[in-house]
Design a protein around this ligand. Structure first.
Ligand code: FES
Length: 573
C-alpha cells in the first residue's frame, strides 16, 4: 500500500473509487496497478500524472512522446511514480469549426481527469494554440500542483535563399498569390517549405504567446518557453519539469497560490512587451476567470500605456522564436520589465519572480530583446477600444497595424457571414475602396462559426491587385497571432447575441480613434432601434451534444469565451 503522510493519502491511495468499502477499493486498485508490472515499492511513491496530448491530428505535438519520456525520467529521479494519461488534443488547423470551440471541452477533460485520478502533481504537456490555455484552465480549476511543459516552436526553413517560418510567411505568400504576384506552382513550392520541423508556429503567434505567458505567470520553469521543439534543451527542460513536479507535490504548491491578480498582471505586461497575439487576451481572461480573477479591458489599456514593446518577432518584426531563445528568452524580457512587475508573485520553482530574476543574466542579443530604456515602441502592442459599436470592448493590435489608419472615419462595407464574405470578396463589382471599413458580422462566440480566426479579412481581390496592403477591418471574430493589419477584433457583444455590430449596414459611417480608444457607429439611436426590431437573430440552437452545451453557456470575448458554469464564480447560480 502507498505511504501515508500527515494522514493524507499519497500516490495511488488518493481519491479511491467508491465501492462502499475503502480497504477493498485500495486492495483492488493496487492489484490492477500490479497488472501493469509496477513493483510494490514504486506503487508506494507519490504519483505525478502527465497529461499527454500526442495526436496524429496535431503536427505541433509530434514530439510529445519524447518529452513525456524525459518528464518520466525526472519524476523517477526524484523518487516518484510517473503515470501518463491522455486528454483531448487540439491541432489548430485540423478542427472544425474552430479549435477555440473545443478549448473549453479540453479544459473540462483536463480538469476532471486531474481531479478524478490519483495524482499528487501533474505535468501538462501541450503546445498548439488552444492546448496550453485549456490545460492551464483545467489545472486552475482542479487546483492540484501543476507545471506546464510546452512542445516548443518550430525551427525556420530555407527556400530560394529566404528564411521561412509558419505562419506569418504563410499569409505573406498567400497575399502575393491572391494579388497575382506569384503563380500556382510557386505557392505549391512554398507550401512544402513553411513548416519543416515538429513544434508550434515559429513566430510570436498564439502558441508562442501562450508559452511565454505560462512562463510569465510562473506556471512553467524559467527559461523554457522559447526553446525550439527540436533542441536538446527542450528535452532537458522536460526532465527538469518532472523533477520540479515532485517538489510541487512535496510542498503542495497549488495553482491558486501561483495564479493570482499579481501574476495575471505580470502576464499582461509581458504580453504587451512581446507584442503578443490578440487571442492571448481571451485565453488569459479565461484562465484568470477560473481563479476568480477579473481581467478588465480598461486595466489592459492602463497597462498598455505604461508597458513598452521590447521584442520584435514576426508578425510585426523580422525575427522568429528560435532567435528569441538564442537572444536570452523570456527570462531576459522579464528582467527588463522588472520595475513594472509584481516581484513577490510565486512561481512553480517555489521562488518568487524577484528571486527567480535576481541572478545576473547571461548573453542578451539586443537586436532581438531591447532594453527597457530603448524600446521598439513606448507603448504596448495591444489596445482595447470602446464605443457605440463595441459597448463591452474590442481589441486592436496596434503593433501590427498601419498607424496612418488610426484616426479615421470610413464607410462600412458589410459582410453578414463568413459565407457572404467568401462569396463576394473577390467580386469585381464589389462596391469597395481602400478608404472603406470592411465589417464582418456573425463570426463571434455565439455564431455558428464559433469565433474563427477570420478577422483578418482578405483585401478584396481587385484592391489587392491594385497594390492595397491594409484597410480597416472590423469583426466579432478573432485573428491568428501570426496575422497583421489594422484589424479590430472581438467586438462585444457579438452580432449573434444582438450586439450593435449586427446592426451595421453597408454605407453607414464608422469612426475609429486609437488615441481616444473608441470605435463608434455613427447612426442615430432611433434608426438602430428600428433595425434591431427587424433584424432576426442569427444565433443557432444545436439540438444536442457539446455544441448545445457550448451554445447555452459560452460567454462573450470580454469574459474569455469560457463556459459560464466553469468559471470560479458562474454568473448563473
Ligand atoms: Fe499549432 Fe500553429 S498550428 S501552433
Amino acid at each position: 500500500m502507498p505511504d501515508q503522510h500527515d494522514d493524507e493519502p499519497v500516490g495511488i491511495a488518493r481519491g479511491l473509487t467508491n465501492y462502499g468499502d475503502r480497504d477493498f477499493a485500495r486492495y483492488l486498485r493496487a492489484s490492477m496497478a500490479k497488472s501493469m508490472g509496477y513493483s510494490s515499492e514504486l506503487l508506494r511513491k507519490p504519483v505525478v500524472g502527465i497529461a499527454g496530448t500526442f495526436s496524429e491530428f496535431n503536427n505541433c505535438h509530434r514530439l510529445v512522446p519524447e518529452l513525456i519520456a524525459a518528464v518520466k525520467r525526472g519524476v523517477l529521479a526524484e523518487g516518484g511514480l510517473p503515470l501518463e494519461f491522455p486528454t483531448i488534443s487540439l491541432g489548430e488547423v485540423f478542427l472544425n469549426p474552430t479549435s477555440l470551440f473545443f478549448r473549453n471541452l479540453m479544459a473540462m477533460d483536463t480538469e476532471e481527469m486531474v481531479r478524478g485520478q490519483p495524482m499528487d502533481a501533474v505535468v501538462l504537456v501541450g503546445g498548439c494554440d488552444k492546448t496550453v490555455p485549456a490545460q492551464l484552465m483545467g489545472a486552475v480549476s482542479a487546483n492540484v500542483p501543476a507545471i506546464q511543459v510546452v512542445t516548443g516552436p518550430m525551427m525556420t526553413g530555407r527556400w530560394r535563399g529566404e528564411r521561412l517560418g509558419a505562419c506569418t510567411d504563410c499569409r505573406r505568400f498567400w497575399a502575393k498569390y491572391r494579388a497575382g504576384e506569384i503563380d500556382a506552382q510557386t505557392i505549391d513550392e512554398v507550401e512544402g517549405n513553411l513548416a519543416t520541423t515538429a513544434g508550434t508556429c515559429a513566430v510570436m503567434g498564439t502558441a508562442s504567446t501562450m508559452a511565454s505567458l505560462a512562463e510569465g505567470l510562473g506556471m512553467m520553469l524559467p527559461g523554457t518557453a522559447a526553446i525550439p521543439a527540436v533542441h536538446a534543451d527542450r528535452i532537458r527542460a522536460a526532465e527538469a519539469s518532472g523533477r520540479a513536479a515532485m517538489r510541487l507535490a512535496r510542498e503542495k504548491l497549488t495553482p491558486d497560490r501561483i495564479i493570482t491578480e499579481k501574476s495575471v498582471e505580470n502576464a499582461l505586461r509581458l504580453l504587451l512587451a512581446i507584442g503578443g497575439s490578440t487571442n492571448a487576451i481571451i485565453h488569459l481572461t479565461a484562465i484568470a476567470g477560473r481563479a476568480g480573477i477579473n481581467v478588465s479591458l480598461k486595466r489592459l489599456n492602463e497597462l498598455s500605456d505604461t508597458t513598452p514593446v521590447l521584442v520584435d518577432l514576426k508578425p510585426t518584426g523580422p525575427y522568429y522564436m528560435e532567435d528569441l531563445h538564442a537572444a536570452g528568452g523570456i527570462g531576459a524580457v522579464l528582467r527588463e520589465l522588472r520595475p513594472l512587475l509584481h516581484l513577490d508573485a510565486l512561481t512553480v520553482t517555489g521562488e518568487t519572480l524577484g528571486e527567480r530574476l535576481a541572478p545576473e543574466p547571461g548573453f542578451i542579443d539586443r537586436k532581438v530583446i531591447r532594453p527597457l530604456g530603448e524600446p521598439l515602441q513606448p507603448e504596448g502592442g495591444l489596445v482595447a477600444l470602446f464605443g457605440s459599436l463595441a459597448p463591452r470592448g474590442a481589441i486592436l493590435k496596434r503593433a501590427a497595424a498601419d498607424a496612418t489608419l488610426f484616426e479615421k472615419e470610413g464607410r462600412a462595407v458589410v459582410f453578414n457571414s463568413l459565407e457572404d464574405l467568401a462569396a463576394r470578396i473577390d467580386d469585381p463589382d464589389l462596391d469597395v475602396t481602400a478608404e472603406d471599413f470592411m465589417v464582418l458580422q456573425n463570426a463571434g462566440p455565439l455564431s455558428p462559426s464559433g469565433m474563427p480566426e477570420a478577422g483578418y479579412l482578405p483585401i478584396p481581390g481587385k484592391l489587392a491587385r491594385a497594390g492595397v496592403k491594409d484597410m480597416v477591418r472590423i469583426s466579432d471574430a478573432r485573428m491568428s497571432g501570426t496575422a497583421y493589419g489594422t484589424i479590430v477584433l472581438h467586438v462585444s457583444p457579438d452580432a449573434a447575441s444582438g450586439g450593435p455590430l449586427g446592426l451595421v449596414r453597408s454605407g453607414d459611417r464608422i469612426r475609429l480613434s486609437i488615441k481616444e480608444r473608441r470605435i463608434d457607429l455613427l447612426v442615430a439611436e432611433d434608426e438602430l432601434a428600428r433595425r434591431r426590431a427587424e433584424t432576426p437573430s442569427t444565433a443557432v440552437n444545436p439540438p444536442r451534444g457539446y455544441a448545445r452545451l457550448y451554445r447555452r453557456e459560452v460567454l462573450q470575448a470580454d469574459q474569455g469565451c469560457d463556459l459560464d458554469f466553469l468559471r470560479k464564480v458562474p454568473s448563473q447560480p
